[in-house]
Design a protein around this ligand. Structure first.
Ligand code: SAM
Ligand code: SF4
Ligand code: F3S
Length: 442
């Protein structure tokens, strides 16, 4: 087969990782990647189901593809990801333009499905939860992504069942990959140029394989000399255990930004959400980590206008944001998801939620401006990842994940360099590489 695949990815970083691994897989049966979908003989949409009209977005996208290919040979159309899992056969019934539907735990079957389709032209759907076979299969196919900063999924699925969330239904039960499989994948990434590993999981800090926990895995990765930076996301406060907190005392490679979604600042709302922790417990984690390293910052996700959220509950969220001074955070209006408990509750009026969202986003924006301004004239360690789109500047990230634009040559890509920050806005820092190595790095 000599075919071209176009992959469009929605959703979280795990979908990005999956899309890359899907490509590594279909390469085995002769597919090349194309960035131009008019060239494609196979169009794959990797979907997300987390909020609003996810399903409708998929059908809308298929409508666009149909138009583009109206006078050309129809591509093979594959729907992957969380909408595929949630909707499965329904998608084949509703949209005849779709040929194959494949859920996130069945990607090891994609080649078989494509080959069978090309012979028999029979539509098919695979949505069984089979994480063990998936990762065993992917283990055989080397991850050669070669990006300076690479994602690596170590854990999938979720057993927590927060009342608003579809993930336990779309990604299935919690599963952690064997530690050897993960370390082999880290080594393969490092051999192909990766310097920063971002470990992924819907509940990454719930990682547990035999006697190994996330803290053990982090210590093992720390020992690999090619790895310069380590991050992990997304964590749940309930799994922020003492051993994981302790590791910040010694680690030289763990970055000082912890993405720990709190969702709300009100204990009443946390309870209604079934989050299984209190604000006091969350603050305890924050202060323990700050005591170990005052340079540690937190980022978070917030859900605004959850059913039952009063003005007082909302104020508690604002107060928590002021106290913790979250940076690099996300906020969303509650979106009722089919099959979840919260979808059956009485919703807050949309316009109230919209006003609250604006207030939250203003507060987060203020935090970010203050943080970024405070870095002007300081020198930071920046891992240079690539060129900017116009190829005129370099792009890198600070230890706190903030994007940095700097001048410099290709040789700096993949290196950690001291950069003096001379300008900032709410999202980005701008600076110049300091060649004088006597400069103290903040
Ligand atoms: N496992 C992570 C945790 O426990 O925080 C969250 C993973 S979820 C893929 C990412 C974010 O989507 C959540 O933190 C939440 O803020 C948001 N989210 C999930 N379901 C939502 C819903 N029904 N409405 C609005 N936002 C939602
Ligand atoms: Fe969703 Fe995260 Fe809750 Fe699991 S812990 S149900 S992934 S929000
Ligand atoms: Fe979306 Fe599935 Fe990720 S619902 S956020 S793609 S786990």
């Amino acid at each position: 087969m000599n075919q071209k695949i176009f992959i469009k990815t929605f959703g979280c970083q795990m979908n990005e990782y999956d899309s890359n691994r899907i490509f590594d897989t279909v390469k085995k049966i002769g597919f090349e990647k194309t960035e131009n979908y008019e060239d494609a003989n196979c169009y794959l949409l990797n979907t997300c189901h987390i909020r609003d009209k996810a399903k409708e977005k998929v059908y809308h996208e298929i409508g666009r593809v149909k138009k583009i290919f109206r006078f050309k040979t129809k591509p093979l159309v594959i729907i992957a990801g969380c909408v595929a899992q949630a909707e499965n056969q329904e998608m084949l019934k509703r949209e005849p333009y779709i040929d194959l539907v494949i859920g996130p735990q069945a990607y090891h079957k994609i080649n078989e499905m494509i080959l069978s389709y090309s012979k028999k032209k029979e539509k098919n759907e695979e949505t069984e939860f089979d994480s063990i076979s998936k990762f065993e299969y992917l283990d055989e196919i080397k991850n050669e992504s070669g990006k300076v900063s690479s994602f690596l999924t170590i854990q999938e699925g979720c057993d927590k069942f927060c009342h608003f969330c579809v993930v336990p239904f779309t990604r299935g039960p919690e599963y952690s990959r064997p530690i050897k499989q993960i370390l082999d994948e880290v080594k393969s990434l490092v051999d192909h140029g990766t310097k920063e590993i971002i470990l992924l999981g819907q509940n990454v800090n719930a990682y547990r394989h035999e006697k190994y926990k996330l803290s053990n895995l982090l210590s093992e990765i720390e020992k690999l000399s090619g790895v310069k930076r380590i991050r992990y996301t997304t964590s749940h406060p309930k799994d922020m255990t003492e051993d994981l907190i302790e590791i910040y005392k010694h680690s030289k490679k763990l970055m000082p930004l912890i993405h720990l979604p709190v969702q709300s600042g009100s204990n009443k709302i946390l309870d209604l959400m079934n989050r299984k922790h209190t604000i006091e417990e969350y603050l305890d984690i924050f202060f323990k980590l700050k005591e170990i390293n005052p340079n540690i910052e937190f980022s978070s996700d917030f859900i605004i206008g959850y059913p039952g959220e009063t003005e007082e509950d909302f104020e508690e969220t604002i107060n928590l944001i002021k106290k913790i001074k979250f940076i690099n955070s996300y906020s969303f209006i509650f979106s009722p998801r089919p099959g979840t408990i919260a979808a059956k509750l009485e919703f807050i009026e949309k316009k109230i939620s919209v006003v609250r969202l604006e207030k939250i986003q203003n507060q987060l924006f203020q935090n970010q401006i203050i943080m970024n301004k405070s870095l002007e004239n300081k020198t930071l360690n920046i891992l240079v990842e690539n060129f900017t789109e116009d190829k005129k500047k370099l792009f890198g990230r600070s230890e706190h994940m903030t994007p940095v634009i700097l001048s410099g040559k290709e040789d700096y890509i993949g290196k950690i360099v001291p950069v003096k920050i001379n300008k900032s806005n709410s999202r980005t820092l701008f600076g110049e590489i300091i060649n004088n190595s006597d400069q103290k790095v903040a």
